[in-house]
Write a new protein. Structure first.
Length: 160
């Protein structure tokens, strides 16, 4: 901490702690359905994208979820082995793999979405619940931070 900063946790530390707290809560909530939080993020995203007719590539899903493409590929293989998604070659780009939920994947995902929505209701209760003005303001602030581009790192000045 710098000399002028107030004592106490930094915003970055609090965001990190909250992200971990929520990740653990979602992991526990979806575990009975055979999913992890990361897997849930993929199947829930596929569910939403599929409802609009999109059959995204692994790269598109990685961009959508904010996960690394290599991690999405690993998760997709595990979900395919579990019979929840199917991976097929993109007819427009033979290098790309398209993802879609299987019938079983749709059923598990619908159940998982319900469980996670109920969990989010409880997690957001201190702000007044999902539809409250405080939650909307909180969401707006988080969106602002997520939309801000990261500045490239400044290399250390070797002369200092």
């Amino acid at each position: 901490m710098s000399k002028g900063s107030p004592p106490g946790p930094t915003p970055g530390f609090l965001v990190w702690r909250l992200a971990n707290k929520w990740r653990v809560a979602v992991d526990r909530a979806v575990a009975p359905l055979g999913l992890t939080h990361a897997q849930y993020s993929l199947v829930a995203s596929l569910h939403g994208m599929g409802r609009t007719g999109e059959r995204p590539s692994q790269r598109r899903l990685a961009d959508h979820t904010g996960l690394e493409a290599l991690y999405v590929s690993k998760l997709a293989r595990a979900l395919e082995s579990a019979g929840l998604i199917e991976r097929t070659r993109d007819p427009r780009d033979p290098r790309a793999v398209q993802l879609a939920l299987t019938e079983r994947g749709e059923e598990v995902t619908r159940r998982a979405v319900t469980v996670v929505q109920e969990l989010h209701q409880r997690l957001l209760e201190p702000l007044g619940g999902p539809g409250s003005p405080r939650t909307r303001a909180f969401t707006d602030e988080l969106t602002t931070l997520l939309d801000a581009p990261l500045a490239p790192p400044v290399p250390p000045d070797p002369s200092t």
